[in-house]
Ligand binder design. Structure first.
Ligand code: UDP
Length: 235
């Protein structure tokens, strides 16, 4: 597979075309942003951690029957993935109150939820990824009901798989964000699952091992990303 021209650059990744029209290469950067791009910085080694951790999770999910865009890791920062049409919906799954949920609902961070919550936002930086529901998605033809049924079922399955997997490494999965894409007429998991897109709390101490260390200037940012890769993959 040949890496060709860059077709996109996002906040945390670059995407390159290949000689196969169905495959693109993602290249993870160390750039970090938060609060819709207002806070900017770099986290040394983040791209390597996110690439490897995300691929590790995607392989785990594939082994549990979840279809994903993952094809092959090419280097520390590069991965070949299926070229999808991203559904412009960010799916958030929550197991405990945190972040924007705590703020919006006035529920103290860390409060347990009686059941997992699924929520959607419209993937649009100019609008600040506004909160939407299934009626918005249907009314604006953002995705079909069949697609959203798949999205919902996969998201809860992914939550169960990741929660119990991480529990075995002493990590609690507080919440996370997923993105899905269309590939050959089917919905598959795309984007990444990493410390950038999840909240991971150490089960024993409650220490945050994710991007909140950057967002909230908690220090030890690089160490936290490294802690995740070393616990999960021994690196
Ligand atoms: N999240 C993300 N990208 C976004 C918004 C949220 O990856 O654009 C992740 C975030 O890391 C957290 C979960 O989704 O694990 C829930 O985030 P929340 O809605 O609480 O927003 P935040 O407090 O991060 O602004």
């Amino acid at each position: 597979m040949k890496k060709m021209e860059q077709i996109y650059e996002g906040k945390a990744k670059k995407v390159f075309a290949t000689d196969d029209p169905k495959i693109v290469i993602v290249d993870y950067k160390d750039d970090a942003t938060a609060f819709n791009g207002l806070k900017k910085g770099t986290i040394a080694g983040k791209g390597v951690v996110n690439n490897k951790v995300s691929n590790h999770f995607f392989r785990l999910l594939e082994s549990h029957g979840i279809p994903t865009h993952y094809v092959e890791q090419l280097s520390d920062r590069e991965t070949a993935v299926r070229r999808v049409e991203i559904l412009p919906v960010e799916v958030i799954v929550r197991n405990r109150a945190a972040g924007s949920f705590s703020k919006r609902m006035g529920v103290e961070e860390g409060t347990n939820l009686a059941c997992p919550i699924l929520e959607y936002s419209y993937k649009n930086d100019d609008l600040g990824d506004p909160f939407i529901n299934s009626y918005y998605i249907r009314a604006l033809n953002i995705a079909t009901d069949e697609e959203m049924e798949q999205v919902k079922n996969y998201s809860f399955q992914i939550n169960d798989i990741l929660k119990s997997y991480l529990d075995g490494f002493g990590i609690e999965l507080i919440d996370f964000k997923l993105e899905f894409g269309r590939f050959d007429g089917k919905v598959i998991l795309a984007d990444e699952i990493s410390p950038d897109t999840c909240r991971f709390w150490d089960k024993a101490t409650g220490k945050k091992l994710d991007k909140d260390r950057f967002r909230r200037d908690l220090g030890d940012v690089e160490d936290a990303y490294h802690e995740i890769i070393s616990r999960l993959m021994g690196e």
